[in-house]
Design a protein around this ligand. Structure first.
Ligand code: PMP
Length: 360
């Protein structure tokens, strides 16, 4: 264990949960190993994006553009919002850090569904704020009614993860609008759309339209998933000007590095090419879900690039069965297993494991 230190660390750090990252693929003799544990894009970077990154790398003795000007302008144009409404950061998790830092003093409350993205309770605890976890429904969806009831005078932020990581469903537009009608206008609601590009359900919300209509709604997005830039760390929020200005103030200076800025800009420009891959992954998701249903599995509707197996006490057993087949998936305590939709061969092998996994 760690030796003691006389240095006076913040006592409240004890309350910060550890982030358990998805494990890398574990090579084994005779089978190709696949990583299905971090919701990454399985495709390598586009050659055009790699070229831009290589070119940019020649100037890495210089600091990046602190204002992230070119990328912010391109996003503003694409999203049809003023550039002043955008704050960028090192991954959307970095932007979420800006949000919590800009809004929460010690003792303030942040409401979110649970289970959801595991960084939420970490960022909240780091700020000395209080995480209020509202259990998902039995269908692994947000319980927006219970979330509205969980809001108190101390609530500063509500995080709505749509589609929800790790379970998959999006919130529906009608339930979200009804929820937002109940949220006080001095509470910021963040719609975390990390998996937006994979959404296919008709009743999923148009988060930017909702943002435009409501001054207390912000949208959080990333280049890590559909855009395939997880290793470079770029994300952004769209929030009304005073909030976005506060987020930029709370940002770590030079947080978005120059390679990341260049790659994100090039990826925006190449989105049509990237979208072909997104559509293939969405097609694979449909194929996997249909096959699982055929096998008798009851899995929540997924609007993201992963599927959820709510196997409870058998979580470790299912993760081990996947691992034995060369597939690294993500176990969550005694809640269930999340598997990322990956290459067709990996998905085929996942289906084989699940076909022979005994069910109660
Ligand atoms: N939000 C959600 C819901 C996520 O699942 C993730 C990544 N797992 C993130 C945000 C953060 O992604 P990044 O920091 O790579 O943008």
């Amino acid at each position: 264990s760690t030796p003691p230190t006389p240095v006076r660390l913040r006592g409240s750090l004890d309350a910060v949960p550890a982030y358990v990252a998805g494990k890398p693929a574990a090579p084994q003799a005779g089978v190709t190993a696949y990583k299905m544990s971090s919701n990454e894009n399985p495709y390598p970077p586009l050659p055009s994006v790699l070229d831009v990154v290589r070119e940019q790398a020649a100037q890495m003795n210089r600091y990046p553009d602190m204002g992230v000007t070119a990328l912010t302008a391109a996003l503003a144009e694409r999203l049809d919002v003023p550039a002043a409404r955008i704050s960028t950061g090192p991954g959307s998790v970095g932007v979420l850090g800006q949000i919590i830092t800009a809004l929460c003093d010690a003792g303030d409350e942040v409401v979110f569904a649970w289970r959801s993205f595991e960084a939420y309770p970490i960022l909240v605890a780091l700020a000395g704020a209080t995480a209020v976890r509202v259990p998902l429904t039995s269908e692994a969806r947000h319980d927006l009614d219970a979330m509205a009831q969980a809001i108190t005078d101390r609530t500063k932020v509500v995080l709505v993860c749509t589609p929800n990581n790790p379970t998959g469903p999006s919130v529906r537009t009608d339930e979200l609008e009804a929820f937002l009608d109940r949220v006080p206008d001095d509470v910021l609601v963040v719609l975390d759309e990390a998996y937006l590009e994979f959404v296919t359900s008709d009743d999923a919300p148009d988060a930017l339209a909702i943002h435009r209509a409501r001054p207390n709604v912000a949208v959080l997005r990333t280049f890590s998933k559909a855009y395939g830039l997880a290793g470079l760390r770029v994300g952004y929020a769209v929030a009304h000007e005073p909030v976005a200005e506060a987020l930029r103030k709370a940002a770590i200076p030079f947080g978005v590095n120059s390679l990341a800025q260049a790659a994100a800009l090039a990826s925006l420009e190449a989105f049509d090419e990237l979208d072909v891959r997104v559509k293939e992954l969405v097609g694979e998701r449909a194929r996997v879900v249909a096959a699982l249903e055929e096998q008798g599995w009851d899995i929540p509707d997924s609007d993201a690039n992963f599927v959820w197996f709510g196997v409870g006490e058998r979580t470790a057993e299912l993760a081990a069965a996947c691992q034995a087949a060369g597939l690294t998936v993500r176990p969550y305590g005694t809640d269930g297993v999340r598997a990322t939709i990956a290459e067709p061969e990996a998905n085929d092998r996942l289906l084989e494991v699940l076909a022979s996994f005994p069910r109660d």
